[in-house]
Write a protein that binds this ligand. Sequence first.
Ligand code: MGD
Ligand code: MGD
Ligand code: SF4
Ligand code: MO
Length: 676
Amino acid sequence: MSSAVTENRRTARTFCRLCNAACGAVITLEGERVVEVRGDRQHPISQGYLCPKGRAIGAHHHHPGRLDRPLLGRDGGRVPVPWNEMLDDLAGAIGSTIAKTGPQAFGMYKGTAHTVESAAAGAGAAMLAQLGSRQWYTSLTVDCPALCLVAELVAGHPWLLPVPDRDTRLTVLVGTNPMASHGHTFNIPRPKEWLRSWAREGELWVIDPRRTESADVATMHLAPRPGTDYLLMAYLVRELLRDGADHAYLERHATGVGALAAAVEPFTLERAADGTGIPTDQIVRLLRKIRETGRVSMVTGTGLNFSDAANVTLWLAWMVCAVTGSLDRPGGMWFNPGYLTQTHRQTWAPRDGSAGPGPASRPELAQRFGELPCAAVVDEIEAGNLRALLVLGGNPLIAWPQPERVARALRKLDVLAVVDVIDNGVTALATHVLPAAAQLERADIPTGAELYALQSFSQYTGRVVSPGAERRPTWWILGQLAGRLGLDVPGGPDPDAGTEEALLQALYGSDHARWQALRDTENAVVTEERPYDWVHGKMPDQRLRLAPELLVRELATMRETERGGLTLINRRQLRKNNSTLADGQGLARAARPETMLHPQDALEHGIADGDAIVISSAYGELRTRARIDERAIRGTVSAPHGFVEANAAALISSDEVDPATGMPIMTGVPVTVVRA
Ligand SMILES: Nc1nc2c(c(=O)[nH]1)N[C@H]1C(S)=C(S)[C@@H](COP(=O)(O)OP(=O)(O)OC[C@H]3O[C@@H](n4cnc5c(=O)[nH]c(N)nc54)[C@H](O)[C@@H]3O)O[C@H]1N2
Ligand SMILES: Nc1nc2c(c(=O)[nH]1)N[C@H]1C(S)=C(S)[C@@H](COP(=O)(O)OP(=O)(O)OC[C@H]3O[C@@H](n4cnc5c(=O)[nH]c(N)nc54)[C@H](O)[C@@H]3O)O[C@H]1N2
Ligand code: SF4
Ligand SMILES: [Mo]
């Protein structure tokens, strides 16, 4: 990078959209070229923090694989075409697919990167709804449908996911490693500072089968066998209901206390210790600590959501908070109403967890939260039901199970249209490649971060640079396509910045003051108002439902997993976000596809550090490198996700899913490991 000061050097304030933490960034440009990226010290939340991914925003923007122009045609036949020709062709192909096979032949997959394309919010789903297609798939269904199901069953709304309260004195991180991920359904920039302060002001416990970077700063680390956390949670709820519950709170704000007590009655200390492998004294110490503190914050992550016990574990983790009166109250877990969404001011009819029918080829799967599970897409394609798919900011080759089968199915589609920023394995299979404006080329507000931050905040960023080459913002692409299909979505014909602004402003409805407050500040607006005790008010009789039948039934039929052998667990890496930056572009040190094994397990299998290994499950193989590391507990194999080569998705299956949510089981999977 050049440090020369030239006439056209300028800086711009923005926020990073590579994950949901939305850290403030200051970008220095020479002309249209990013020459420096720094953390924004004046940002009230991130306070100058930027992780290595954030520091690579410029490299991502100038990536040699950036998509510059629309590409039409598969494989060797790919040719650049003007936008008009691309959109006419795509709309024509979608239209004739629907004319031939009906609206269910056209579907969309929305990945994590589309979630932050805020000016396009809702357009894709609206298009399908107008066409009468139910084929709407999102990465939520391979991420946390269990948590949303629990929220809906207990609190009546699938997006009401609590975050640790600022003043928590006992924080328990279960199956999440914010030091790498910056949180799962909670977003924290500066994770080390937050974790340290929770440990200093009270206690921080980490429950994870791996000794994570978060465990390093914790008061205590408990290492359960993968998939067994529900035994611990059930025991805690059982004992807290005997001694330690906030009965006044339960009387006022809960129904189903008796049914909950009956459901957890069989879960004794012996069963919890034997099943989880956590020593009895550590479990008792946690119970004692919860009683002593009175309130607790149980912060969950993918380690629970990916397991075959996800629904009951997440429910019981909520119940530890509910019975201690910690939900929706200071010192426990806070429901952020959102600066934009203002959930606490809205009225809604509480939902009860009822589901729509699954897709034709997988009728046993349910449609929840208006979405069909990703686990069904490939079956839908193989059955010939789904023939045209539009991918928005996602990577099905790493996100869905069985990548080879996914690739074959994507190839079989009549139309595979992909809106992405970088040429990758998915665009290579596409019939229509639509080059999107990336984060520095768009105005945005952090819609994804809105409800799951530790503060109520919002921010606005304008475009740092104009979209380069022939790239277009996704809202424009969808608006153009919708127009050609005779549909109506916000967007319109104009790709300029003014239209983008108007789309964002529309999200604030008639609240012009709120929008103006955002526009008037250079970074985030933080609201000091912290409403508590508002979620109960949304429920019939002001009561949370503690014992939903579906979950009680599931708990009663849980069988402890078999012991022995090696078990796969999942892990995020600091230096990439899923597949984004997995190639290490612009990073001083790239994330590596290494699988962690405990030294003793490695020794028993004749594996040395750095060896090429083959990990096999009942469904497939993963060829990768071994890292011998004491952080992995005995019996676990910790594989990162997001690499197209060395793809952990090869070890899981679309058939091995949670029956209620369709979520593929991705942790606690039995595997074997040999040297390659
Ligand atoms: N740097 C970076 N940040 C990211 C991402 C990324 O790829 N890289 N991805 C983003 C996305 S899409 C998501 S969903 C979030 C995920 O965010 P997190 O859920 O925090 O993801 P991880 O950091 O992998 O933490 C999951 C932890 O669960 C543990 N675990 C596995 N099985 C079990 C189990 O059975 N019980 C318990 N108690 N623990 C278990 C694993 O060892 C691991 O430490 O991160 C987001 N942020
Ligand atoms: N085996 C296994 N499978 C998993 C997981 C696991 O841990 N193990 N994790 C699961 C989870 S939690 C998730 S969320 C999914 C992840 O699923 P996805 O969201 O499908 O995966 P990503 O790699 O995040 O895909 C993001 C894509 O968006 C592109 N992109 C980046 N910026 C932009 C932009 O500004 N605009 C547009 N339009 N595109 C952009 C990137 O180039 C990339 O191709 O995978 C799930 N699958
Ligand atoms: S933590 Fe997330 S938002 Fe912050 S710099 Fe890193 S990738 Fe960007
Ligand atoms: Mo995710």
